[in-house]
Design a protein around this ligand. Structure first.
Ligand SMILES: [Fe+2]
Ligand SMILES: [Fe+2]
Length: 319
């Protein structure tokens, strides 16, 4: 407790008394962060808050150029460790963003298309599956990697549009902006994981650029025209993703795809045991897809019933 107080005063000191002494306090000397250590996390956050108020001009004058790299307005990167004491090596996500997926989620739920719009969504997705099956055949690792480049788009587009709508209308979002952006980030982490086990070839990279250009714009205009349709499409895409990952698991079980050790990023992101394999990774990714399926069908249902998303609290906190 005493140490915590000392640390806070230590951080306040430069701001209260002299901005020129900021260089003498560095976070590097503080104890490393550990997963689940909320108290220590608070220390780190308070360090960022106090120091980040320095004007950039002042900071540039004070700091030699060599120290500026890897520094956020004078705050040195914090050294974080895992529960076992080993280094936390990821810059893009922090220990408290890791999570254990809900493995009990129902993988077989299906939204039966009843309305005309549902049927459009359903057959659009079924139509998209055909060229995907032809292109990838049974190369499920590659297929997963490529499809995640598409899957990470809708959440970002939907979240961005809801964000702009919230600003335009001076109204709350019901947590849906955050929920959709969380989905986009989760899908992007799927991609970061699969690219560790399947390297894209040059023509696959070219395909991703082309598909992203088309899909981003198509989804953007679809969401503007009918968020009900857009979310339904994603709901069905996620149903297809669950099917693809189930096929992936079958190929692993038959030995047609080597069950290699899980990439380190997957072990840390999903809090998996150190000896996990690719099969374990596919299992947790599939559980994530089932969650996305439910979120998007739910969002479409809200619109179908004549309500706005903000009227129903978003399913936050999964990740
Ligand atoms: Fe995904
Ligand atoms: Fe998904």
């Amino acid at each position: 407790m005493m140490k915590r107080n000392v640390t806070v005063v230590h951080q306040l000191g430069p701001r209260l008394f002299s901005t020129s002494t900021i260089r003498t306090t560095t976070v590097v000397n503080e104890p490393p962060l550990r997963i689940g250590s909320v108290g220590v996390l608070a220390e780190w956050v308070s360090g960022v808050r106090f120091r980040s108020t320095l004007a950039l001009g002042e900071e540039q004058k004070e700091k030699p150029k060599s120290e500026a790299v890897g520094s956020y307005w004078g705050v040195s990167p914090v050294k974080m460790t895992k529960e076992d004491g080993s280094d936390w090596k990821w810059k893009s996500f922090r220990p408290w963003e890791a999570y254990a997926p809900d493995m009990s989620i129902n993988l077989h739920k299906h939204h039966v298309p009843t309305t005309f719009l549902d049927k459009i969504a359903y057959w659009t997705v079924k139509g998209l599956r055909l060229p995907t099956d032809i292109f990838f055949q049974r190369r499920y690792g590659c297929r997963a990697m490529m499809l995640e480049t598409v899957a990470a788009v809708p959440g970002m587009v939907g979240g961005m549009l809801l964000h702009c709508k919230s600003l335009r209308r001076f109204e709350h979002s019901g947590g849906w902006i955050k929920a959709l952006l969380e989905e986009a980030e989760n899908e992007r982490m799927h991609l970061m994981t699969f690219m560790e086990v399947a390297k894209p070839r040059w023509y696959e990279r070219a395909l991703v650029i082309t598909v992203q250009g088309i899909f981003f714009n198509a989804y953007f205009f679809a969401y503007l025209a009918s968020p009900k349709l857009a979310h339904r499409v994603v709901g069905y895409l996620e149903e297809e993703a669950i099917h693809s990952y189930t096929e992936f698991l079958k190929e692993l079980d038959k030995g047609k795809i080597e069950n290699v050790p899980a990439p380190a990023i997957a072990i840390d992101y999903w809090r998996l045991p150190a000896d996990s394999t690719l099969r374990d990774v596919v299992m947790v990714v599939r559980a994530d897809e089932a969650h996305h399926r439910d979120v998007n069908h739910f969002a479409s249902d809200i619109h179908s019933q004549g309500h706005e998303l903000r009227e129903s609290p978003a399913p936050l906190g999964y990740h």
